[in-house]
Design a binder for this molecule. Structure first.
Ligand code: ADP
Length: 257
């Protein structure tokens, strides 16, 4: 327990009186430590792609000046620069949204759109670090009334997570289903899956499975933000996963608003 102790003494007609205030500041202190730790991790997360972005662009610049034709290595450097920019912009969006959620300022800007619209758009934010097939199933022409950008962000988070945490999965499937009063979207990978113990915390703020041994970059914000976005829409979000068999992350959006 951390305490803050203040003693006040005063004198009256030659006699000394006093009182002491003991304030329990454990929670405040824990919050401060958590915040400092988070700033450390966030700075590191932002610095890593920036450093490789800079190095990659410098190399590409030099090569362009000295080599007459465009080669595979130029293309690879440009692709990697684009990936790092995507990573950075996804991180910044996560940071901004997390702050908005904390301040109760996450507003929804609703419109009617087809699920196929967000699938097309979200491809711009998906990281292409490794080869996998992104397949779609179900009725993509289904429409919802929701905040298109935010639902796109949820889908991007789920697909990027599947790409990041299920490296052995050659296929990632996005499925759209129309249920009685809602639309269900799911993202399935055939990766290593998640243990029952970890599953219960996945949507907590800052939660990362095996944080020290987790070599993938991340702030533990993606699923937390996704669940807040879906909750604000009156929908549900969840995961079904078996160790060694892969995971299906899903969310629903009510059709009537
Ligand atoms: P971050 O990716 O920044 O760690 P997220 O909130 O997006 O934050 O994810 C939290 C944790 O959930 C990740 O650290 C990862 O361990 C686990 N996770 C998410 N998606 C998957 C998946 N498809 N397969 C296995 N683990 C996953």
């Amino acid at each position: 327990v951390w305490c803050h102790v203040t003693s006040i003494l005063f004198q009256d007609k030659g006699e000394t009186f006093g009182y002491t205030i003991i304030e329990d500041i454990t929670e405040q202190r824990e919050l401060r430590v958590q915040k400092e730790e988070f700033i450390n991790v966030a700075s590191h997360e932002l610095k890593t792609p920036l450093t490789s972005l800079k190095a990659g662009l410098q190399l590409l610049n030099r090569k362009i000046k000295s080599e007459a034709v465009i080669t595979a290595s130029h293309i690879q450097l440009a692709q990697s620069a684009e990936n790092n920019t995507t990573r950075l912009s996804n991180l910044v969006v996560d940071l901004l949204n997390s702050t908005k959620i904390e301040q109760g300022q996450l507003t929804l800007n609703k419109s009617r759109f087809k699920l196929s619209d967000i699938l097309n758009e979200c491809c711009n934010h998906i990281l292409l670090d490794r080869k996998y097939y992104l397949t779609t199933k179900g009725d993509l022409s289904l429409e919802v009334i929701a905040d298109q950008q935010k639902i796109e962000q949820v889908l991007v988070n789920l697909v990027n997570n599947a790409a990041k945490y299920a490296p052995d999965s050659e296929e990632i499937v996005i499925q759209v289903e129309g249920l009685e009063d809602r639309v269900k979207v799911s993202v399935t990978d055939r990766g290593n899956g998640i243990s029952a113990e970890n599953k219960s915390h996945l949507f907590d703020r800052y939660y990362r499975v095996n944080n020290d041994g987790n070599l993938n970059s991340g702030l533990g914000l993606g699923l937390y933000i996704s669940s807040e976005i879906i909750r604000r829409h009156g929908g549900e979000i969840g995961v079904e996963s078996k160790l060694g068999q892969g995971s299906t992350f899903w969310f629903t959006i009510p059709v009537k608003n």
